[in-house]
Design a protein around this ligand. Structure first.
Ligand SMILES: N[C@@H](CCC(=O)N[C@@H](CS)C(=O)NCC(=O)O)C(=O)O
Length: 204
C-alpha cells in the first residue's frame, strides 16, 4: 500500500492512520509539480494529496481513504472505540474538519487571482479568513470543554484538527485564547504514532 503526501499537508492524517495500523506501507513525498502530471492526474483528476494506491486500486480523498483503511483494519480503531455511534460521531467531526474548516483555510494558501496584485484586498481577505477559521475553531473549543477527544478515544477526527492547528502555528494564526485547543494539541502531539509520522515527514 502506498500513500502520496505533501509534507505537513492534510495527507498527514492518513499517514498517521497507517502508522497506527502498524502494517507495512510505503509513504512517498510528492512534489507540487508531480501531482499535476498526467500520470498522477490519471489516478486523481483533482491533482491533490492524499492518494492511496493499493495494488491496482487508487483512492483519493481523505475521508474515503480513512474509511477504506478502517474497513480493512477495524482493530486499529481509527474512528475511536468502534461502536456504531462512536464511529458516527468521529465521522461527523472528521467531516467538519475536512470540509468546513479545511475549506476555510484555503484563501491563506491560495490568494484569489482577483486579489493577487492588490495588497489592501489581500490583507482584507487574510483578516476575513482568520476570523472565519477562528470562529469555526470555537465550535471545537466548546466541545473540548466537556471532552478530551472527538470520539470516546483518540481518532482520525482528532488528528485532522491537530494538522489544522499545525497550520495555524505555521501561519502565525494565534488561537492561544482557545485554552482547550492548546491542551488538546499537546495531547495529540504526545501520541507515539503522531510523533513517528512527523519524524518520517521531517517535521520533528
Ligand atoms: N477534499 C480533499 C482535499 C485535498 C487537498 O486540498 N489537498 C491539498 C493539501 S492539504 C493539496 O493537495 N493541495 C495541492 C494543490 O491543490 O495543488 C481531501 O480530503 O483529500
Amino acid at each position: 500500500m502506498k500513500l502520496y503526501y505533501l509534507k505537513g499537508a492534510c495527507s498527514l492524517v492518513p499517514h498517521i492512520a497507517l502508522e497506527w495500523i502498524g502494517k507495512p506501507y510505503q509513504a512517498e513525498e510528492a512534489s507540487r509539480e508531480f501531482i499535476k502530471t498526467p500520470e498522477y492526474l490519471a489516478l486523481n483528476p483533482l491533482g491533490t494529496v492524499p492518494l492511496l494506491v493499493d495494488g491496482d486500486f487508487a483512492l483519493p480523498q481523505n475521508v474515503a481513504i480513512l474509511n477504506y483503511l478502517d474497513e480493512l483494519y477495524p482493530e486499529a480503531k481509527l474512528f475511536g472505540s468502534k461502536t456504531v455511534q462512536d464511529k458516527a460521531k468521529a465521522m461527523q467531526w472528521l467531516l467538519f474538519f475536512n470540509s468546513d474548516v479545511h475549506k476555510a483555510f484555503v484563501p491563506f494558501f491560495r490568494v484569489p487571482s482577483y486579489a493577487q496584485d492588490n495588497a489592501e484586498l489581500t490583507e482584507k481577505i487574510r483578516q476575513e479568513t482568520a476570523k472565519k477559521v477562528l470562529g469555526l475553531l470555537e465550535i471545537a473549543e466548546d466541545h473540548l470543554t466537556r471532552h478530551q477527544f472527538f470520539a470516546e478515544q483518540i481518532s482520525v477526527a482528532d488528528v485532522y484538527l491537530y494538522v489544522e492547528l499545525r497550520w495555524c502555528n505555521m501561519l502565525g494564526l494565534d488561537y492561544s485564547h482557545l485554552r482547550n485547543l492548546t491542551a488538546f494539541y499537546q495531547r495529540v502531539d504526545a501520541n507515539a504514532g503522531v510523533q513517528a509520522t512527523l519524524k518520517q515527514q521531517g517535521l520533528a
